[in-house]
Design a protein around this ligand. Structure first.
Ligand SMILES: C[S@@+](CC[C@H](N)C(=O)[O-])C[C@H]1O[C@@H](n2cnc3c(N)ncnc32)[C@H](O)[C@@H]1O
Length: 254
């Protein structure tokens, strides 16, 4: 395990590496700049395409209605935004919010679902300070992104602030399988095969070492529900997907 010890400094985790807290955002930016052009294909290769099923399930759990206004925080290349528009039968509005311009551009350039991609509003910024008004969205979602935000609770608080009372929160994030055998296989796959694939396909072993490390540091599902309730969400439920490799949480703003 690579670990840089920074004595006497306020630190944050970047995978298993400790970095100065106020620099984590730059590490995350560099990480996604490295992989932006490969992000979608690597997701599909490394998850055998299953990430689309997880995203579809998570969108269904949100029960969006035509005419809803949806915020896609850490929206990246826009899969969830496109699926949200489809779920609303193109009659809603989606704002995709992400810190990384390269990721948003990679999504906009994609040939698939062009009609939907043109309907998305893109906004660049940090999830810890979302420059949008209070009580203005029917739903706010974050897919595989909140793990990267330096102050995760601040990110969720911002999602809470921009939601209308009764609005829906959805968080889709990686977790750890429940079955010990599956967990062993998953550990082997994610700490051995994934970094190797990162080196071979993207030219960066580090980019795909960060991913499994950051997943292991993320709160377990019940813990995450409690954090979200503490922030002001209610009716929190979650669903484990593929034995818990991913977990979709949904809840409502009180
Ligand atoms: C793993 S990608 C997920 C993209 C997309 N939601 C999906 O499910 O495919 C994570 C995204 O979070 C964005 N991100 C990381 N830290 C962020 C922050 N502090 N504020 C906003 N976006 C951030 C990254 O730029 C990246 O596009």
């Amino acid at each position: 395990m690579e670990q840089t010890v920074l004595k006497g400094q306020d630190t944050a985790d970047f995978g298993y590496r400790k970095v100065p807290r106020d620099e984590k955002v730059q590490w995350v930016l560099r990480h996604f700049n490295t992989i932006a052009g490969y992000y979608d294909i690597m997701n599909t290769v490394l998850s055998f395409g299953i990430h689309y099923l997880w995203k579809r399930t998570a969108i269904r759990m949100m029960a969006l209605k035509p005419g809803d206004r949806v915020l896609d925080v850490c929206g990246g290349t826009g899969d969830l935004s496109v699926m949200a528009l489809k779920a609303m039968r193109e009659k809603g509005e989606v704002v995709l919010f992400d810190i990384n311009r390269e990721m948003m551009l990679a999504g906009r350039r994609k040939g698939s679902n062009r009609k939907y991609r043109q309907q998305i509003d893109y906004l660049q910024g940090n999830a810890e300070a979302i420059p949008l008004p209070d009580n203005s969205f029917d739903a706010a979602m974050v897919g595989f992104g909140i793990r990267n935000v330096t102050d995760m609770e601040q990110g969720f608080s911002e999602m809470h602030r921009v939601l209308k009372p009764g609005g829906t929160l959805m968080c889709l994030e990686f977790s750890i399988p429940t079955s010990p055998v599956f967990r062993w296989l998953y550990d082997f796959y994610s700490f051995t095969i994934m970094p190797w694939a990162g080196q071979v396909l993207v030219g960066s072993r580090q980019a795909y070492t960060y991913l499994p490390e950051s997943i292991r540091l993320f709160p377990m599902p019940d813990e995450l529900s409690a954090i979200l309730e503490g922030i002001g969400f209610e009716k929190m439920t979650y669903r484990r997907l593929t034995n818990g490799i991913a977990v979709a949480h949904v809840g409502k703003k009180k």
